[in-house]
Design a protein around this ligand. Structure first.
Ligand SMILES: [Zn+2]
Length: 330
């Protein structure tokens, strides 16, 4: 009589496979939309032991053309909750956590315990925050983005390959203005409508899941760390991005010493903040701290006792860690 093959039998035939390793792995999916939900399906079916789903959005009719885990009866429900229910049915042997909340409000332990973080987000601002957290915790990040017929993947191995901040290829203006800050409840404000189609998300989410799998199994990484997909010409283009030695998130110099920033002693903290918004894309509310002291906006630099070479810490909501500025006063 033919022996019954186990759930994972066919994948265990692959060279380099390590089911035990997968069973013990944890992956956090930031965003459970077109990309995140499909990455989640792949990881769940392969038996990744713990999957953490984070999304504060609810399911809408317009999601159903490409978000394959959801049906009309799910409209109005949280994406993470419904996705978790479906995934538990698909594979009852794994553990799924669903967090129906923003990235910032999710307990930090979930980021810390993850082996890989997957970016299935739709705004640059939320991505920027996630990227800074991934780098600060030294967690690999598998970024995926789509726009209509096109998509891109970037694999970020902190301090080894460039992070999203090193060379932001995404058109910031378009993504930054558009969406909800990661810490805020999504309000019913005018949302821009991006084109999206299930075939492109199927290709991209498949590659994202594959890259996640390869990191978990320690298999050959994406050699050129950035991949662009054109769904019309069916072209895959890979580019080897270089790390930016001045990156304010991942460069060794920055992490050790802080970024050198020219500051006029006549300017006020408010003026400094405005320049930080203009030059580094920081987002209000911004707090400036010198020697553990919070500095009010109307104080002039020359009156706060700051000397050249000293550190200022700048807290804003776009980054997961405070920005470290080394004052160069003129
Ligand atoms: Zn970087």
């Amino acid at each position: 009589m033919k022996e019954v093959e186990g759930r994972y039998h066919r994948q265990e035939l692959l060279e380099g496979w390590n089911q035990e390793k997968l069973n013990q792995s944890t992956v956090l999916l930031a965003g459970v939309g077109a990309l995140g939900s499909m990455v989640a399906v792949s990881l769940a079916l392969m038996g990744v032991g713990k999957i953490i789903l984070v999304d504060m959005d609810t399911i809408e009719l317009s999601n159903l053309n490409r978000q394959l885990l959801f049906t009309e009866k799910d409209i109005g429900e949280f994406k993470a909750k419904v996705a978790a229910e479906k995934l538990r049915e698909m594979n009852p042997n794994i553990y799924i956590v669903d967090r129906n909340e923003s990235l910032i409000s999710v307990p930090h332990k979930y980021y810390e315990e993850s082996d890989v973080i997957v970016d299935g987000l739709d705004t640059f601002e939320a991505r920027r925050w996630l990227n800074s957290v991934s780098v600060s915790l030294n967690k690999p990040l598998v970024h995926g983005g789509m726009y209509g017929w096109y998509g891109n993947i970037q694999v970020i191995i902190p301090t080894v390959t460039p992070c999203l901040e090193c060379q932001p290829l995404l058109p910031r203006e378009r993504f930054q203005k558009s969406c909800t800050p990661p810490g805020k409840k999504r309000e019913k404000v005018e949302q821009p409508t991006f084109p999206g189609i299930s075939t492109i998300s199927a290709v991209l989410s498949g590659i994202q899941a594959q890259e996640t799998l390869k990191i978990l199994l320690n298999l050959s990484p994406l050699i050129d760390n950035y991949l662009f997909y054109d769904g019309l010409s069916q072209c895959f283009t890979t580019i080897k991005l270089e790390r930016n030695p001045k990156c304010i998130i991942c460069s060794d110099k920055y992490r050790l010493e802080g970024i050198e920033y020219a500051i006029d002693k006549q300017e006020t903290i408010k003026e400094l903040k405005d320049r930080l918004i203009a030059t580094l894309g920081l987002v209000e509310p911004i707090r400036v701290v010198h020697k553990t002291r919070f500095i009010e906006e109307d104080i002039k630099v020359e009156d706060m006792g700051l000397s050249s070479g000293e550190l200022l810490f700048v807290y804003d909501k776009s980054l997961g860690k405070p920005l470290k500025l080394r004052a160069k006063i003129s």
